[in-house]
Design a protein around this ligand. Structure first.
Ligand SMILES: [Zn+2]
Ligand SMILES: [Zn+2]
Length: 245
């Protein structure tokens, strides 16, 4: 199955160089050394960070709540956030290579990391993918979160329910921080068709899956929509990256 998914996703990429150091890579666009270092960092992040109780950012000298959440408590309605890596330095290269450079084969390792996060921290939850902006797929050709979700379902045997839809097309990048926050509130809705037939079979706990948490507005907006249902009581979020506060 891994081979089927891998060839499906990476059909257009043959032995590209390592997205981090440019050295020779195999079927996944990372050389052995960069892959080893990344695996090591992921394992460490899963075990021993002291994390902010709201956003999951690693804490430096603070206790309990990070400076960013103290100033702007975006995640208070979310029951847990677990971002794996701070979005700095090599991680920007990694995300760029995956999304813009279309190294689809990286999806496999990202999905494996997220599967570990979910199985370790949210084992009772069903995954709800953060949906793409309408028009995004047309423009960039693919939906990275959906690809990750397929791996979570078929390789890692985690239940995925596509409960959310986007409602608009405007790019958040072009908005100010305040505008983004206001805009995000109206950007998501429940997919009635899915929730109508599955609502009764869903557990009370869902975990949102996204690639990078920037302001936190997306997670907050999605959590609000999910908590408006009468069947979801708890919303957590797992992401590959978080922009430091
Ligand atoms: Zn490398
Ligand atoms: Zn925080």
């Amino acid at each position: 199955m891994v081979r089927v998914l891998r060839s499906f996703f990476s059909g257009c990429v043959v032995s590209a160089p390592c997205v981090l150091c440019g050295g020779p890579a195999g079927s996944i666009s990372l050389c052995n050394e960069c892959r080893r270092l990344l695996d090591e960092e992921a394992d460490k992040a899963l075990q021993d960070y002291k994390r902010c109780v709201h956003c999951g950012r690693p804490l430096l000298s603070e206790h309990g709540v990070c400076t960013s959440c103290r100033e702007n408590p975006l995640f208070q309605n979310v029951d847990g956030v677990f971002p794996l890596f701070p979005y700095v330095l090599s991680k920007k290269k990694l995300l760029y290579g995956w999304k813009i450079g279309r190294q689809h084969n990286l999806t496999e390792i990202f999905a494996a990391y997220l599967a570990k996060v979910i199985k370790t921290h949210y084992p009772d939850a069903v995954v709800v993918p953060v949906p793409p902006r309408p028009g995004k797929i047309k423009k960039s050709g693919w939906d990275q979160i959906e690809d990750i979700s397929l791996y979570l379902e078929h390789i890692h045997h985690i239940r995925v329910v596509r409960l959310l839809r986007r409602t608009e097309t405007m790019q958040q990048k072009k908005l100010s921080r305040e505008e983004r926050s206001e805009h995000s509130k109206r950007s998501y809705m429940l997919d009635e068709k899915v929730s109508g037939c599955m609502g009764k079979t869903l557990p009370e706990h869902v975990v949102l899956v996204d690639d990078v948490i920037t302001t936190g507005n997306t997670v907050r907006a999605c959590a609000n929509v999910l908590k408006e249902t009468d069947f979801i009581k708890k919303v957590s979020a797992a992401a590959l990256f978080i922009v430091p506060g």
